[in-house]
Design a protein around this ligand. Structure first.
Ligand SMILES: Nc1ncnc2c1ncn2[C@@H]1O[C@H](COP(=O)(O)OP(=O)(O)OP(=O)(O)O)[C@@H](O)[C@H]1O
Ligand SMILES: [Mg+2]
Length: 349
């Protein structure tokens, strides 16, 4: 955790505003809720909040609610007495007690049960709790930092999360903007991850990103945010010889020609034809003048099947290399990926 303290990188205004809010909130002893899509850096923000607070030299304890089942969650947070339930031979100290006088980071707390939510409410309100199976009240001084990528106000409206708990947890909320809404940070973060991966690989030189690769990074919508960017850059670095710039960005590590789906795949796999035979047999393009199909027709259906044919032919010609296929069609890689997904020409996507 120590080394994460100063690791938050970014210069976009929306990002700096969130950082500024962390600094302000660090000075007051109240619960904070950190909200952001997956991979936006919620855990790093939580750590920063703790280390900037007056509790910085006390424990910073973490618990991810999504990683353990509901029953275990209660004992992990609050501990249990020996004999609290079958198999509970020894007393177990929970995270609240471990975090006493420090901070407790409760991650993905949208997943907590009603029982846990009730106990949380009490510990926040009165600083009191009991271990599971115990009746001794324990006084606790813990600052709670909670994080979620779920819409808790909406969950509260649907009675899936206690509204009174939300009110208390969300004394104030830090919302981390998704990467696609702070595009100026993409090259900065990309460079940072590239340099640290270069160092990790023992290389002494990073040749940079070429124009296309830099554009692909900016164009992509990054649903997995900074974590996804980090992985993509690290993959690009290790795959590229050390003295060459990065020219290709492979977003999806699952990308493989063998993912092409169902009937089409079977046919395509056994049926890779030469460029000329593909053109001659299947497509109305590249054979000279476009021949419109006979009327009447269903416009939308015709366009769809035309697009599917174009893509399938280009895929065959590109030997199922998606980057090459995109080039043949004059599309960007991401545009082609969009079509492959739209027409379900990929498995599991
Ligand atoms: N601004 C940033 N600067 C540097 N690294 C970052 C930044 N934001 C996130 N990261 C890195 O991205 C990865 C994901 O960050 P983190 O685990 O904090 O995200 P998260 O929001 O908690 O994600 P999840 O919702 O999936 O748990 C980590 O490797 C983290 O170090
Ligand atoms: Mg996290």
């Amino acid at each position: 955790m120590e080394q994460q303290r100063d690791n938050l990188i970014g210069e976009a205004l929306s990002f700096l505003e969130a950082i500024e809010k962390v600094s302000l909130l660090a000075t007051i002893n109240r619960p904070v809720l950190i909200v952001g899509e997956r991979g936006t850096g919620k855990e790093l923000f939580a750590a920063r909040l703790h280390y900037l607070s007056s509790r910085w030299d006390q424990a910073f304890v973490k618990l991810n609610c999504a990683a353990i089942n509901e029953n275990l969650l209660e004992t992990e947070l609050f501990g249990h007495e020996s004999g609290a339930f079958t198999g509970a031979n020894k007393k177990h100290i929970g995270r609240f007690e471990l975090a006493h006088t420090g901070s407790l980071f409760i991650d993905e707390l949208g997943n907590s049960s009603a029982a846990v939510q009730e106990k949380l409410l009490r510990v926040i309100e009165y600083g009191e709790m009991e271990r599971v199976g115990g009746n001794k009240t324990i006084n606790i001084d813990v600052r709670i930092i909670a994080a979620t990528n779920e819409n808790l106000p909406e969950m509260a409206k649907q009675n899936k999360f206690r509204a009174d708990l939300l009110d208390r947890l969300a004394f104030d909320v830090i919302t981390i903007p998704p990467l696609r809404d702070r595009k100026t940070d993409i090259p900065i973060l990309a460079e940072h991850f590239a340099l640290s991966m270069t160092k990790e690989l023992g290389r002494d030189f990073f040749a940079g990103f070429d124009k296309n690769a830099a554009k692909d990074l900016l164009d992509y919508h990054w649903p997995g945010n900074v974590r996804e960017l980090k992985n993509v850059i690290e993959r690009a670095i290790y795959k590229t010889p050390s003295d060459e710039p990065i020219t290709t960005i492979d977003i999806d590590p699952f990308d493989s020609p063998y993912q092409l789906s169902g009937e089409r795949t079977t046919q395509q796999d056994s049926d890779i034809k030469s460029e000329s035979s593909v053109k001659a047999e299947n497509t109305p393009i590249n054979t000279g003048k476009f021949q419109p199909p006979a009327l009447p027709l269903d416009f939308k259906e015709t366009i769809t099947s035309f697009e599917v044919d174009l893509i399938q032919n280009a895929m065959k010609q590109a030997h199922f290399n998606q980057k090459k296929c995109a080039e043949l069609l004059g599309l960007t890689y991401h545009q082609l990926r969009g079509y492959l997904k739209k027409y379900q020409l990929l498995n599991n996507k």
